[in-house]
Design a protein around this ligand. Structure first.
Ligand SMILES: C[S@@+](CC[C@H](N)C(=O)[O-])C[C@H]1O[C@@H](n2cnc3c(N)ncnc32)[C@H](O)[C@@H]1O
Length: 312
C-alpha cells in the first residue's frame, strides 16, 4: 500500500501498481484498491465500487481515482458507489455512478482463477467478501475430505474446498444465497449435485449434525454480527460466538481445524483466542491457534478478525 500524495483524500492508502499487477498475474480480479477511514474502493472484475460514509468522501475518492487510473492501466467498465450507513436498516444496493446502465447487473470476478458471480442489484452485499481471500486460500493447503461451511452466504469457502477435492456442506438461512452458491459451483465446473446445501439456522443444524455423529475435517464459522434465525431467535456475535464454537467443536474431527471469524468491531483476535480457549477447555479438547496471513490490500486492523484453531 502507498499513501495518498493528493489533497482530495489525504489519508487514503492506495494499492501499489506492482501489487495490482501481482493480483492480475495470480488470476485475481477482486481486490481493494484503496482504504481510508470511512471509505474504500474495490475493483470487482471490470468494475469499480466506491464505498463511502459521506458524499464528500465519495466525491474526493472519485476525483483521486480519475488521477490514478492510468498508474494501474485500468479503465473500469462501470463505477458503482455504495453508501455505508450507520444503521443496518438503512443499507441499500450499490448505485451506478458512471458507465452503461444497460449492461447486466451480474458479473463474474476471479480469485486465484477461482470464479465467483456477483450481482450489483442483489442488495448491500454483492456476493464476495474480499477480506476472506487468504482464509479461503488456506483451504487448499492440506487435502480435506469433509468441509462444513456455516453462514455460507454464496458458498465461496465451499467452492475453494470442493476444487481441492473436499465434500462440502454449506448452510445458510437464505435459500437465495445458497442458490447463488450453487451457481458458483457451476461457474467452476463443479457439480453442485455432489455437495450438500442446507437452508437452516446454523444454531439448529450443528446439534442435529452432532446427533447424527457427522464429523468434518474443517469447519468455517463466519457469522454476521447480528441476525435473527429460526422463530426470530437472536444471534449476537458478542454473546453467542462462544456457544456457537462449542457446538461446532462437537462436529469437528480429531486433528481437524476451525476458522473463527467476525466483523463485530467489539471482538478482536485476542477476544477470539479467549473464546477459543474457554470452548476448548469446556470440551476437554486441545488446540493451537494460527493467525490468518495478512492481506496486501487491507491496512492493519481493517477487515474481519479471524483465528484458525487446529485441534490436536
Ligand atoms: C457475513 S455473511 C457470511 C459470509 C461468508 N462466510 C463468506 O465469507 O462469504 C452472513 C451470512 O449468514 C447468514 N445467516 C445469518 N444468521 C444465520 C443463522 N442463524 N443461521 C444460518 N445462516 C445465517 C446470512 O443469511 C448471510 O448469508
Amino acid at each position: 500500500m502507498q499513501s495518498s500524495a493528493s489533497s482530495f483524500a489525504p489519508h487514503a492508502q492506495w494499492l501499489s501498481p506492482s501489487d495490482w499487477r501481482a493480483f492480475e498475474a495470480s488470476g485475481t480480479s477482486a481486490h481493494r484498491v484503496c482504504s481510508l477511514p470511512g471509505a474504500w474502493i474495490e475493483r470487482l472484475g471490470s468494475d469499480l465500487l466506491i464505498n463511502h460514509q459521506t458524499p464528500t468522501l465519495l466525491a474526493n475518492l472519485f476525483q483521486e481515482w480519475k488521477q490514478r487510473s492510468t498508474d494501474y492501466a485500468f479503465a473500469p467498465q462501470r463505477i458503482f458507489s455504495r453508501d455505508l450507513p450507520l444503521q443496518n436498516a438503512d443499507r441499500s444496493a450499490p448505485v451506478l455512478l458512471e458507465g452503461d446502465l444497460s449492461l447486466p447487473v451480474e458479473t463474474v470476478v476471479s480469485e486465484s482463477r477461482v470464479r465467483f458471480g456477483l450481482d450489483f442489484s442483489a442488495g448491500y452485499s454483492v456476493g464476495l467478501f474480499l477480506d476472506q481471500r487468504t482464509n479461503r486460500s488456506l483451504l487448499k493447503r492440506k487435502p480435506l475430505k469433509r468441509v462444513l461451511n456455516t453462514f455460507a452466504y454464496t458458498c465461496s469457502f465451499s467452492v475453494v474446498a470442493a476444487l481441492a477435492g473436499a465434500e462440502t456442506l454449506s448452510a445458510d438461512l437464505s435459500q437465495k444465497s445458497l442458490d447463488r452458491g450453487r451457481l458458483n459451483f457451476t461457474l467452476n465446473a463443479l457439480d453442485p449435485g455432489a455437495h450438500r446445501f442446507v437452508a437452516d439456522d446454523v444454531q439448529d443444524l450443528l446439534p442435529r449434525l452432532a446427533r447424527r455423529k457427522e464429523q468434518f475435517d474443517a469447519v468455517i464459522l463466519d457469522p454476521p454480527t447480528f441476525s435473527r434465525g429460526n422463530k426470530g431467535r437472536r444471534f449476537r456475535a458478542e454473546d453467542d460466538l462462544q456457544s456457537l464454537l462449542s457446538a461446532a467443536l462437537e462436529v469437528t474431527a480429531p486433528a481437524g481445524r476451525l476458522l473463527l471469524s467476525t466483523n463485530c468491531t467489539k471482538l478482536r483476535v485476542t477476544d477470539l483466542e479467549n473464546i477459543a480457549r474457554f470452548s476448548l477447555k469446556n470440551a476437554r479438547m486441545q488446540g493451537t491457534f494460527q493467525h490468518s496471513p495478512a492481506l496486501v490490500d487491507f491496512p492493519l486492523k481493517t477487515g474481519a478478525s479471524t483465528l484458525w484453531i487446529q485441534l490436536r
